[in-house]
Design a protein around this ligand. Structure first.
Ligand SMILES: [Zn+2]
Length: 212
Protein backbone atom coordinates (compact mmCIF):
# COMPACT_ATOMS: atom_id res chain seq x y z
CA UNK A 1 0.00 0.00 0.00
CA UNK A 2 1.41 3.42 -0.92
CA UNK A 3 1.26 6.00 1.87
CA UNK A 4 -0.83 9.16 1.24
CA UNK A 5 1.18 12.17 -0.02
CA UNK A 6 2.61 14.22 2.85
CA UNK A 7 3.57 17.89 2.39
CA UNK A 8 7.35 18.27 2.26
CA UNK A 9 9.15 20.22 4.98
CA UNK A 10 11.11 22.20 2.36
CA UNK A 11 7.91 23.27 0.59
CA UNK A 12 6.47 24.39 3.97
CA UNK A 13 9.47 26.68 4.57
CA UNK A 14 10.98 24.39 7.20
CA UNK A 15 14.70 23.71 7.47
CA UNK A 16 16.39 21.15 9.70
CA UNK A 17 19.80 21.97 11.17
CA UNK A 18 22.22 19.23 10.09
CA UNK A 19 24.44 19.75 13.13
CA UNK A 20 22.02 19.85 16.06
CA UNK A 21 18.75 18.66 14.52
CA UNK A 22 16.72 21.80 15.33
CA UNK A 23 13.82 22.30 12.88
CA UNK A 24 12.97 25.90 12.04
CA UNK A 25 10.24 27.64 10.08
CA UNK A 26 11.96 30.28 7.92
CA UNK A 27 10.18 33.51 6.97
CA UNK A 28 11.66 33.26 3.44
CA UNK A 29 13.27 30.22 1.76
CA UNK A 30 15.85 32.35 -0.09
CA UNK A 31 18.79 33.98 1.62
CA UNK A 32 21.38 32.79 4.08
CA UNK A 33 20.08 31.47 7.37
CA UNK A 34 21.95 30.20 10.37
CA UNK A 35 20.78 27.95 13.16
CA UNK A 36 20.00 30.12 16.22
CA UNK A 37 21.02 27.27 18.53
CA UNK A 38 24.42 26.16 17.15
CA UNK A 39 25.23 28.71 14.43
CA UNK A 40 25.55 26.22 11.52
CA UNK A 41 24.45 27.34 8.05
CA UNK A 42 21.01 26.00 7.09
CA UNK A 43 20.46 24.45 3.66
CA UNK A 44 17.53 22.66 2.09
CA UNK A 45 20.19 20.56 0.34
CA UNK A 46 23.95 20.40 0.90
CA UNK A 47 25.53 22.98 -1.46
CA UNK A 48 27.07 21.47 -4.65
CA UNK A 49 26.56 18.04 -3.16
CA UNK A 50 26.76 16.09 -6.43
CA UNK A 51 29.77 17.99 -7.81
CA UNK A 52 31.72 17.53 -4.57
CA UNK A 53 30.78 13.84 -4.32
CA UNK A 54 31.94 13.22 -7.91
CA UNK A 55 35.23 15.08 -7.24
CA UNK A 56 35.96 12.93 -4.16
CA UNK A 57 34.98 9.75 -6.02
CA UNK A 58 37.37 10.57 -8.88
CA UNK A 59 40.13 11.23 -6.31
CA UNK A 60 39.43 7.83 -4.74
CA UNK A 61 39.57 6.11 -8.15
CA UNK A 62 42.91 7.75 -9.02
CA UNK A 63 44.45 6.85 -5.61
CA UNK A 64 43.12 3.29 -5.88
CA UNK A 65 45.73 2.56 -8.58
CA UNK A 66 48.90 3.30 -6.51
CA UNK A 67 47.18 1.79 -3.44
CA UNK A 68 47.10 -1.54 -5.26
CA UNK A 69 50.32 -1.32 -7.28
CA UNK A 70 52.72 0.08 -4.66
CA UNK A 71 53.84 -1.98 -1.65
CA UNK A 72 51.90 -1.20 1.54
CA UNK A 73 54.46 -2.63 3.90
CA UNK A 74 57.95 -4.05 3.99
CA UNK A 75 59.15 -6.80 6.29
CA UNK A 76 62.81 -7.21 7.10
CA UNK A 77 64.29 -10.22 8.76
CA UNK A 78 67.59 -12.07 8.79
CA UNK A 79 66.52 -13.55 5.44
CA UNK A 80 66.34 -10.08 3.84
CA UNK A 81 63.89 -7.32 3.10
CA UNK A 82 60.54 -8.03 1.43
CA UNK A 83 57.95 -5.59 0.07
CA UNK A 84 54.27 -6.54 0.04
CA UNK A 85 51.44 -5.12 -2.07
CA UNK A 86 47.82 -5.51 -0.92
CA UNK A 87 47.00 -8.31 -3.38
CA UNK A 88 50.41 -9.96 -2.88
CA UNK A 89 49.90 -9.91 0.88
CA UNK A 90 46.46 -11.49 0.52
CA UNK A 91 47.88 -14.28 -1.67
CA UNK A 92 50.72 -14.87 0.81
CA UNK A 93 48.27 -15.06 3.72
CA UNK A 94 46.13 -17.52 1.73
CA UNK A 95 49.13 -19.64 0.76
CA UNK A 96 50.40 -19.75 4.34
CA UNK A 97 47.06 -21.18 5.50
CA UNK A 98 45.70 -18.04 7.22
CA UNK A 99 42.73 -17.99 4.89
CA UNK A 100 40.45 -16.26 7.46
CA UNK A 101 42.86 -13.33 7.61
CA UNK A 102 43.20 -13.36 3.81
CA UNK A 103 39.40 -13.08 3.46
CA UNK A 104 39.21 -10.23 6.02
CA UNK A 105 42.01 -8.28 4.32
CA UNK A 106 40.46 -8.90 0.87
CA UNK A 107 37.06 -7.64 2.04
CA UNK A 108 38.48 -4.61 3.87
CA UNK A 109 41.04 -3.53 1.29
CA UNK A 110 39.72 -4.52 -2.13
CA UNK A 111 36.01 -5.39 -2.03
CA UNK A 112 34.71 -2.67 0.32
CA UNK A 113 36.43 0.36 -1.29
CA UNK A 114 35.35 -0.78 -4.78
CA UNK A 115 31.75 -1.49 -3.72
CA UNK A 116 31.62 1.81 -1.86
CA UNK A 117 32.81 3.75 -4.92
CA UNK A 118 30.32 1.86 -7.14
CA UNK A 119 27.41 2.44 -4.70
CA UNK A 120 28.13 6.17 -4.44
CA UNK A 121 28.46 6.41 -8.24
CA UNK A 122 25.00 4.82 -8.63
CA UNK A 123 23.56 7.20 -5.98
CA UNK A 124 25.09 10.27 -7.69
CA UNK A 125 24.04 9.20 -11.21
CA UNK A 126 20.42 8.54 -10.18
CA UNK A 127 20.19 11.67 -7.98
CA UNK A 128 21.54 13.82 -10.83
CA UNK A 129 18.65 12.65 -13.04
CA UNK A 130 16.20 13.04 -10.11
CA UNK A 131 15.24 9.49 -10.92
CA UNK A 132 12.29 7.85 -9.18
CA UNK A 133 13.91 4.39 -9.51
CA UNK A 134 13.87 2.33 -6.27
CA UNK A 135 14.11 5.31 -3.91
CA UNK A 136 13.73 3.26 -0.73
CA UNK A 137 16.44 0.81 -1.77
CA UNK A 138 18.75 3.69 -2.70
CA UNK A 139 18.16 5.29 0.72
CA UNK A 140 18.99 1.92 2.33
CA UNK A 141 22.12 1.68 0.14
CA UNK A 142 23.26 5.10 1.37
CA UNK A 143 22.74 4.06 5.02
CA UNK A 144 24.76 0.90 4.34
CA UNK A 145 27.64 2.93 2.80
CA UNK A 146 27.63 5.14 5.93
CA UNK A 147 27.66 2.13 8.29
CA UNK A 148 30.47 0.33 6.42
CA UNK A 149 32.46 3.58 6.41
CA UNK A 150 33.13 3.25 10.14
CA UNK A 151 35.21 0.14 9.44
CA UNK A 152 37.10 1.32 6.39
CA UNK A 153 40.36 2.22 8.16
CA UNK A 154 40.72 -1.44 9.23
CA UNK A 155 43.66 -2.12 6.90
CA UNK A 156 45.60 0.91 7.97
CA UNK A 157 45.11 -0.17 11.59
CA UNK A 158 46.32 -3.69 10.78
CA UNK A 159 49.59 -2.39 9.31
CA UNK A 160 50.03 0.15 12.13
CA UNK A 161 49.49 -2.66 14.66
CA UNK A 162 51.98 -4.89 12.85
CA UNK A 163 54.52 -2.07 12.76
CA UNK A 164 54.05 -1.60 16.51
CA UNK A 165 54.12 -5.29 17.38
CA UNK A 166 56.78 -6.77 15.12
CA UNK A 167 59.88 -5.11 16.43
CA UNK A 168 62.53 -7.69 17.21
CA UNK A 169 65.40 -5.30 16.75
CA UNK A 170 67.75 -6.47 14.01
CA UNK A 171 66.01 -9.83 13.67
CA UNK A 172 62.70 -8.69 12.17
CA UNK A 173 60.70 -5.51 11.64
CA UNK A 174 57.73 -4.22 9.64
CA UNK A 175 57.71 -0.80 8.03
CA UNK A 176 54.89 1.08 6.27
CA UNK A 177 55.43 1.78 2.54
CA UNK A 178 53.99 4.48 0.20
CA UNK A 179 51.09 2.24 -0.93
CA UNK A 180 49.62 2.52 2.56
CA UNK A 181 49.49 6.32 2.21
CA UNK A 182 47.62 5.94 -1.12
CA UNK A 183 45.28 3.39 0.49
CA UNK A 184 44.61 5.79 3.40
CA UNK A 185 43.88 8.44 0.74
CA UNK A 186 41.31 6.15 -0.94
CA UNK A 187 39.58 5.57 2.40
CA UNK A 188 39.54 9.28 3.30
CA UNK A 189 38.31 10.26 -0.20
CA UNK A 190 35.42 7.75 -0.06
CA UNK A 191 34.51 8.96 3.46
CA UNK A 192 34.46 12.57 2.20
CA UNK A 193 32.42 11.47 -0.84
CA UNK A 194 29.75 9.81 1.30
CA UNK A 195 29.58 12.81 3.66
CA UNK A 196 29.38 15.24 0.69
CA UNK A 197 26.45 13.30 -0.79
CA UNK A 198 23.12 14.63 0.41
CA UNK A 199 20.74 11.66 0.85
CA UNK A 200 17.77 14.05 0.59
CA UNK A 201 18.58 14.31 -3.15
CA UNK A 202 17.35 10.71 -3.49
CA UNK A 203 13.83 12.04 -2.90
CA UNK A 204 14.03 14.99 -5.33
CA UNK A 205 11.55 14.81 -8.21
CA UNK A 206 11.92 16.40 -11.67
CA UNK A 207 9.20 18.88 -10.61
CA UNK A 208 11.33 20.15 -7.69
CA UNK A 209 12.75 23.50 -8.56
CA UNK A 210 16.37 24.14 -7.63
CA UNK A 211 16.68 24.70 -3.88
CA UNK A 212 19.65 26.28 -2.15
ZN1 LIG B 1 21.86 23.78 14.88
Amino acid sequence: MTPPPVPEAGAMGLRGCETCGLVLGLPAPRGRWHCPRCGSALHARKPQSLQRTVAYLLTACVLYIPANLLPVMATSSVLGRDSHTLSGGILELWASGSWELAVIVFIASIAVPLLKIAALAVLVATAARRSGWRRRERAALYRMVETVGHWSMLDVFVVVLLVGMVRFGVLASVEPEPGLLAFGGVVVATMLASSAFDPRLIWSTPEDHERD
